[in-house]
Design a protein around this ligand. Structure first.
Ligand SMILES: Nc1ncnc2c1ncn2[C@@H]1O[C@H](COP(=O)(O)OP(=O)(O)OP(=O)(O)O)[C@@H](O)[C@H]1O
Length: 565
C-alpha cells in the first residue's frame, strides 16, 4: 500500500473547510487532525461527521507526532509563529494562500484528466464510425481526418492533414460550410484529390459563440447504392412473405363438422378417414353440393399435414389464361402485368395439401403440366427456368364424369388414373334422405344463432315435404331452403306453408299428382325436366328418352340443364 501524507489543518472556518473538502477526496492524503478554537466552526463539524480527530487547542496539536504537513488556514500571525516554533522538524507548514494554490493545481490536474478521458472516448468513436470525417479550422487548415476518410478516399491521413481545404476541395461541403458559416446537408460532390463521389453533411464548429472551424461527415455513393440494393432485396423477401401469409389458408373443417349416418354416407366417411392418414392422392366425386369441399378440409385436418397450408384452387373460376400462373406462379416480367414475382398455389401449398376443385374444368395443356407435378413433384414458374421442388398432397374434386371425359378426349386418361388413386364418391342427398332430419336439426341450431331466433323444429307435414323433394342441389340446396325459411319464420315451429311460400322453393310433383299451387312457368319447367331425368336416368341414353318425353331436342335439354345448374 502506498504511504499516505499525514496532514493537519489549523483553522477550520470557511477557507479551512474548503481545503479540507478537497484534500479528503485525494487518495494519498490522510487528514490526521483538524484544529480550531471554536468547536462549532464549519470545518470542525464536517471532520466530526467523517470521524477525523478534532482539537480545540494548539497545545494538543503539538502532542501529535509524525504529521508530514500542517496547513495553516487561520491567516493569523501568532498562530503561524507558534506552529513554526513547536512543530516537529520533519513537518512542513503550508500557509492558506499556498494551500489554495495547491488546491487549484489539483483541480486543474483533474480537469486535465477529464479532458484526456473525453479525448480517448472521442478517438474511439471517430475511429470506429463507417462515415468519413474531416475537420478544418476557420482558415481552411485541415486538422483531422478519421481512418474511414482514408478508407473511402484512399488518401492517407498524413497526406491530407496540414493541407488547406479551400485548395484541395474548394467545392466540397466542408469549404462551403466554412465560407457560409452554415450547415450543409446532402451535398453531392467528388472529393478533391480522390475520384470518389460522396454525399456529405457539414457543420460549423462553434466554441463559446465563435466559429472556429467546421466538420464534414460523408459516405461514398457506392456504399449508399449497396445499402439501397440490400434494402430492395429485403423488401422483396418481405413482400414474398406477405403474399404467402395472405394466401396461405388452413383447413376450416374437421370430420366432426360432417353430419350423416346413412350406410352409404357412412362408408364414404370411413374411407375418407382412412385415406386421410395416408399421403395418397384422392379424387372426390359427387354432385354439386354433396360436401366434396367439406370432405377435403376434413381430410387435411386429420392428416399429418394439418399444421401445414391447405390451399384451394377452383379450376373453373380462374380464367384459362391465368390458370398456369395461378398454379405455378410467375417470375417478374414473365408477361405484361407481371410486375413482381408471384408464388403459385402449388408452391404455397408446399408441405401441405392442394385442393383442386372442379378439376374437370382444367384445360388439357395444364393437365399435362399437373401430371408432371404429380409424378415428379417439381415445376418451373411461368417465365422462370429454375426447377422448384415441392411436397404437396393433392385432393381433387369434380362433379363431372372424368372417365367418360377421358374417353371423349376431354380429360387426360393418364391424369385421371393418377388422381384416382383413392376414389371417394359422395352420395347425392336423395340417396341418403334419412339424414335430412339430422341436417335440419343442425341447420336450425346454426340459423337460430345467426338470426337470434328460437325455432324448435318442423311440423310433420313440413318434414314430409322435405323428405319428398329430390334435392338436385343436395345439402347446399337444403341449407339455402332452411336459411330462407328461418329468415321469414316468426313462430317457433316451421310449417309446410313456410316452405311453400318461399318463392324459390320448388314443389315436388310426383307422377300423376295434380298440381294445386300456381307457380311460375319456369319453375314448372324445372320440375318437369327433373322428373324426366329422374325417370329415365342421367346417362346420355336416359337424357335422349327424357328429351323425347318432354318433346324437346337433346341439345335443348342440355342447354336447359346447363341453365338450371
Ligand atoms: N355431410 C355434411 N354435413 C354438414 N354439412 C354439409 C355436409 N355436406 C355438405 N355440407 C355443407 O353444404 C355446403 C356445400 O358443401 P360443399 O361446398 O362441400 O359441396 P361441394 O360438393 O364441394 O359443392 P360444389 O361441387 O358445388 O363445389 C357447405 O356449406 C357444407 O358445409
Amino acid at each position: 500500500m502506498a504511504l499516505k501524507v499525514k496532514v493537519g489543518i489549523v483553522g477550520m472556518g470557511q477557507g479551512g473547510a474548503s481545503i479540507y473538502k478537497t484534500l479528503r477526496s485525494i487518495e494519498h492524503i490522510e487528514i490526521a487532525v483538524v484544529c480550531d478554537c471554536s468547536e462549532t466552526a464549519q470545518g470542525m463539524q464536517l471532520a466530526r461527521l467523517d470521524r477525523v480527530k478534532t482539537l480545540s487547542s494548539l497545545d494538543d496539536l503539538f502532542k501529535i507526532t509524525n504529521l508530514d504537513v500542517i496547513i495553516e488556514a487561520t491567516g493569523l500571525e501568532y498562530v503561524r509563529e507558534q506552529i513554526n516554533h513547536y512543530k516537529e522538524n520533519s513537518c512542513v507548514v503550508i500557509e492558506a494562500q499556498g494551500a489554495n494554490l495547491m488546491m487549484h493545481l489539483i483541480e486543474e490536474k483533474e480537469k486535465l484528466a477529464d479532458i484526456k478521458r473525453l479525448k480517448g472516448e472521442l478517438d474511439a468513436i471517430l475511429n470506429s464510425v463507417q462515415e468519413a470525417i474531416e475537420v478544418a479550422s476557420i482558415d481552411g487548415n485541415i486538422k483531422y481526418v478519421n481512418p474511414s476518410f482514408s478508407r473511402v478516399t484512399a488518401i492517407p491521413a498524413g497526406q491530407r492533414i496540414g493541407n488547406n481545404i479551400f485548395e484541395v476541395s474548394p467545392n466540397g461541403a466542408l469549404a462551403r460550410s466554412l465560407r457560409t458559416h452554415e450547415a450543409v446537408f446532402a451535398h453531392r460532390a467528388v472529393v478533391g484529390g480522390a475520384d470518389v463521389e460522396v454525399v456529405a453533411n457539414a457543420s460549423p464548429i462553434v466554441v463559446e459563440g465563435k466559429m472556429e472551424g467546421a466538420v464534414v461527415v460523408f459516405q461514398p455513393l457506392t456504399d449508399i447504392y449497396k445499402l439501397m440494393e440490400q434494402l430492395k432485396a429485403s423488401n422483396r423477401v418481405i413482400d414474398d412473405l406477405q403474399t404467402r401469409i395472405n394466401q396461405i389458408s388452413t383447413s376450416s373443417y374437421t370430420f366432426d363438422d360432417i353430419i350423416g349416418s346413412h350406410p352409404e354416407f357412412e362408408s364414404a366417411l370411413d374411407l375418407a378417414r382412412k385415406a386421410a392418414k395416408s399421403n395418397s392422392t384422392i379424387l372426390i366425386t359427387g354432385e354439386s353440393g354433396t360436401g366434396k369441399e367439406l370432405f377435403a378440409h376434413a381430410i387435411h385436418a386429420s392428416s399429418l399435414r394439418l399444421d401445414k397450408p391447405f390451399i384451394k384452387v377452383n379450376c373453373a373460376a380462374i380464367p384459362e389464361t391465368l390458370l398456369e400462373s395461378e398454379f405455378f406462379g410467375h417470375e417478374k416480367g414473365a408477361f405484361t402485368g407481371a410486375l413482381k414475382t408471384k408464388l403459385g398455389k402449388m408452391e404455397l401449398a408446399n408441405g401441405g395439401t392442394i385442393f383442386l376443385d372442379e378439376i374437370g374444368d382444367m384445360n388439357l395443356h395444364l393437365q399435362a403440366k399437373l401430371l408432371r407435378v404429380l409424378q415428379e413433384m417439381e415445376f418451373e414458374r411461368v417465365g422462370g427456368s429454375q426447377t422448384i421442388k415441392v411436397d404437396v398432397r393433392v385432393i381433387a374434386a369434380t362433379n363431372r364424369n372424368l372417365l367418360q371425359m377421358a374417353k371423349q378426349g376431354d380429360f387426360r386418361e393418364d391424369l385421371f388414373y393418377r388422381l384416382n388413386v383413392v376414389e371417394l364418391g359422395l352420395p347425392s342427398l336423395r340417396n341418403h334422405k334419412e339424414d335430412i332430419p339430422a341436417y335440419v336439426h343442425s341447420l336450425i341450431a346454426k340459423f337460430n344463432r345467426k338470426f337470434g331466433k328460437h325455432v324448435k323444429g318442423l311440423t310433420t307435414k313440413a318434414e314430409e315435404l322435405l323428405m319428398q323433394y329430390e334435392w338436385p342441389g343436395n345439402i347446399r340446396e337444403l341449407q339455402n331452403v332452411m336459411e330462407r325459411a328461418m329468415v321469414t319464420v316468426d313462430e317457433e315451429i316451421i310449417t309446410h306453408k313456410q316452405f311453400l311460400n318461399l318463392v324459390e322453393f320448388p314443389q315436388t310433383i310426383h307422377h300423376g299428382q295434380i298440381i294445386d299451387e300456381i307457380m311460375p312457368i319456369e319453375q314448372m319447367e324445372k320440375h318437369l325436366i327433373n322428373m324426366a331425368i329422374e325417370r329415365y336416368g342421367n346417362a346420355v341414353e336416359g337424357k335422349k328418352q327424357a328429351a323425347k318425353a318432354l318433346g324437346i331436342s337433346l341439345a335443348t335439354l342440355y342447354n336447359k340443364l346447363k341453365t338450371m345448374g
